[in-house]
Design a protein around this ligand. Sequence first.
Ligand code: ADP
Ligand code: MG
Length: 637
Amino acid sequence: MPYIAVLSQHLVNKIAAGEVVERPASVVKELLENSLDAGAKRINLEIEDGGKKLIRITDDGCGMDAEDLQLAFTPHATSKIRSDEDLFAIKTMGFRGEALASIGSVSQVEAISRPAENQEGYRLTIDGGEFTPIAPTAAPPGTSITIRNLFFNTPARRKFLRATNTEMGHISDQFTRIALPATSVQFILTHNNRQLHHLPENQSLIERVGMLFGNDMAAELMSIRRKDRGVEITGLVAPPSRSKPNTQGQYIFLNGRCIRDRFTSHAIREAYRGLMEINRQPIVFIFIALAPDAVDVNVHPAKAEVRFADSNLIHGQVLAAIRDKLLSSDLSRPLRGADSLTPSSFITADEEEENEISDNKQRVRQAMADFFRNARPQPPSVNPHKNGSTGNLGTRAAGRMLAKTSAAENLSPWENRGQEARDTIYTHSGEPQTISPINPEELTEAPPPHRFMQVHNAYLVAESDDGLIIIDQHALHERILYEQMHRRLQEGPLPSQRCLIPEVVDVTGRQMAALEEATELLAELGVTAEPFGPTSIAVQGYPAMLEKTNPADFIRDVLDVLSEQRGKLTREELLHSLLDTLACKAAVKAGDPLTDDEISALLAQRPAIDRHDNCPHGRPTTLRLSRSQLEKEFKRT
Ligand code: ADP
Ligand code: MG
């Protein structure tokens, strides 16, 4: 008997299902695409238990007659391609002809369909790949497909399904990606009998974006358009002041299909370069249209990735389309006028300023980096003292630091600092640099500095008894707040401040799911918020220390952190990264002018920073220049 056996068709389907059907959201995607391909004008999607129990789609598309209905669930049956040439000129969403067959092999399906020209419809049921004979039934024109108990016969896969909220978050995500560009079609999404979306037919793109993401955001979007060298780029882009901590606000559509593409993502990032904080991401909705033969959509089972014939061309066009818009728009002035008194634009004006200043900050940093690099420090080895470098630091305090660091690691303090330092200022050439992040162990014993000043509303320069220190005011304050909150949390939840009128915030399905999962965690941080309608939440309380910040912005950032980190982090780690967001929001910003009292309060708190606690970014807050280093630079020694 041969060892090798040809697998049964049933088994082949089950294996194929693994490729196309990963979770309920993948089923939803395939079904929605099929309905659009069928020319539906109205699509109704009902979900129960995150799709684990039931997914039902009803459309008014072209329908299928008895024969086609049977064929639809047969592998490699498709009405969309007939020849090789068709494969390279795909104009529909589906074409592989394997989605329905795969779905039918791992769930319990009931499909009813009727082409408008027929008097009656047909009904087909499939139970884990087993067909029952097709039978006539009364039905409206169009197709209705119900999927029950996904993966009921593949326990290994069923086990990997996540909590209802998580799966529903993925479904909402897919729904958004497909419904967003199909603005002429009506979509209704219901979960456990609660209506989440009702998108009317024949909307404009901006109306649809408003319904899916909130009208306040949509109101700020700028439209882009560029047609050149066979590529057409259109879409909506948010001003840099609207940003996200992750790429979840970026939607890229190629010929109407939502895709991921790293060239395009890179182009988007590049377009906002210098206009946005390094760790923030732009919000954009980009539509790329090009001839079907200029792209291969057949490289990914769920068609989420594509291969462009000329990816540099796409990169260049996307970059140019966005960049031109950003550079030709006055991104700041309209937000500063009299109308800046309305709460939302007021906040935006602040953020806008912050962006400008961060630009400035960037330049100052660069200038400082250049300065210190050009200062060409003497190598430590010229020094006659212990480890060849004590003399570089010279003072009592530095001596203490030296003793600690070099006892801990068998490195000279220079090397040691070089290793700790992660900021570009320190790491240009791998050579020892003249300034270093301050060692907080030393700080706890150091007396507060005597004289200080603020420069560029961003840095504090202070005299220390060993030389001078330069402090990034935002970074320092952020760390102090982080430590304070961290300590405060040991005693119980952070103080919360009740909103007089609950603040209603528009959220995405993912953010909603994240909120529902993390209610208790958020309460510890002083945040109380609950669902308020299908796509918005009401914030009733938020951390008292954030009184000056806009609760809506804060809560959206928090929900982004939560939805991105779900399942990846332990509760403790999640709490840390939320504290981090909180501290960042509450801290003084680069660009905030500080009074002398504020500065000395800030400086006085420096010693409280405990090095051994988590420093989430690992960024230094303080640079230091010792007297002996100064003397060396000025060739006094
Ligand atoms: P593909 O979409 O790649 O062709 P599917 O397995 O998703 O493969 O669907 C198989 C076929 O079933 C489609 O080509 C189409 O002819 C038919 N079909 C699927 N869903 C619908 C629908 N909602 N309305 C009309 N026809 C449909
Ligand atoms: Mg399909």
